[in-house]
Design a protein around this ligand. Structure first.
Ligand SMILES: Nc1ncnc2c1ncn2[C@@H]1O[C@H](COP(=O)(O)OP(=O)(O)OP(=O)(O)O)[C@@H](O)[C@H]1O
Length: 303
């Protein structure tokens, strides 16, 4: 078993409390939290995930509170997407516990909104943007789907929220990557989830729309208490929202505020080689031979 060689920077978290199930977004069942106030939406205790022979991460203790925004960083293959799959109940932990609103994860349901990593859409799919969002609104329900004017209004609201209303009736295959991404975000928000899992949702978006989506997520978490677990290779575009960073690398991890984790010593330790981190003009610049080229928050600094 691979032990994390670096300890989480954050304070040790309390034992997960088996509290009542979250019933509706925005009305998260209250649970005592170490920070007080907002409820614990997601808790991982001693969590380990294996893929085949490989331990992606182990000994992971993490609590995500209502309204909190955690950025998940790390190189390719570190296990960021796998973490989201574990939270979705698609992959079981190999050790430890994972609770959502005090309950084990289960597939389906409307507590979690998921923006998956971008995938190509079949060019001739008849599915329109509004159909995809509709699946988010009533796709998880048993029995007859919702119908009528209320449903149409809800879908229009969601499409408007992400700035996708002008192509609501276009087949998805005809939309650009960025346009498709905005529709996926609308779909993920459809149930007004208590927990939003985002897998590199800003990919393919131009700076204007990146900004609009970051703004939207910020408003959501403030107004509705939505907790956000946000996988990204680029920290800077979301930095104003980030409460804590979970940095996964080489089977190890660090958790803490951006200033605690994004330091030369922490990243050098995680990567096992010299990494320089500079904070300038409200951005983190990371450089070092050990840092893979894809690590886009090296923007502006040659590695
Ligand atoms: N279904 C699976 N079976 C076996 N191994 C898998 C499976 N899915 C993923 N893996 C492996 O788990 C590792 C972590 O994959 P994951 O997609 O979680 O990484 P990531 O950090 O999200 O990477 P990236 O930044 O490239 O998206 C990879 O080595 C991958 O090959």
């Amino acid at each position: 078993m691979t032990e994390p060689m670096t300890e989480p920077v954050a304070e040790p978290v309390a034992e997960p409390v088996a509290g009542p199930m979250i019933e509706r977004p925005g009305a998260v069942a209250p649970q005592a939290t170490p920070t007080g106030g907002s409820p614990v939406v997601l808790s991982l205790t001693g969590a380990e995930l294996r893929r085949g022979e490989r331990v992606l991460w182990s000994g992971l203790d993490l609590e995500l509170h209502g309204g909190e925004f955690i950025a998940v960083l790390g190189p390719n293959g570190a296990g960021k997407t796998s973490l989201l799959h574990a939270v979705l109940g698609q992959v079981p932990l190999s050790a430890g516990t994972l609770l959502i609103g005090g309950r084990p994860p289960r597939r389906g349901g409307d507590l979690i909104g998921y923006i998956p990593q971008q995938r190509a859409v079949a060019p001739h799919t008849p599915l329109r943007a509004r159909d995809l969002v509709r699946l988010g609104v009533d796709g998880h329900r048993w029995g007859l789907p919702l119908g009528g004017r209320g449903l149409r209004r809800r879908i229009d609201e969601l499409l408007t929220e992400v700035g996708a209303q002008t192509y609501a009736d276009m087949p998805l295959g005809l939309l650009s990557g960025g346009e498709q991404q905005r529709v996926r975000i609308a779909q993920a928000l459809a149930t007004d989830p208590a927990l939003l899992l985002c897998d590199e949702p800003l990919l393919s978006l131009d700076p204007h729309h990146q900004h609009a989506i970051v703004d939207l997520l910020d408003r959501r978490r403030r107004a509705r208490g939505t907790a956000v677990l946000f996988v990204t290779h680029e920290l800077n575009p979301v930095l104003p929202l980030v409460d804590r960073v979970l940095y996964l690398a080489g089977g190890r991890f660090r958790v803490g505020t951006p200033d605690e984790v994004m330091t030369s010593s922490v990243l050098s330790d995680l990567y096992g080689g010299q990494v320089e981190v500079v904070r300038a003009h409200g951005r983190y610049l990371v450089a070092g031979a050990s840092v893979p080229h894809h690590l886009d928050h090296t923007e502006g600094v040659p590695s």
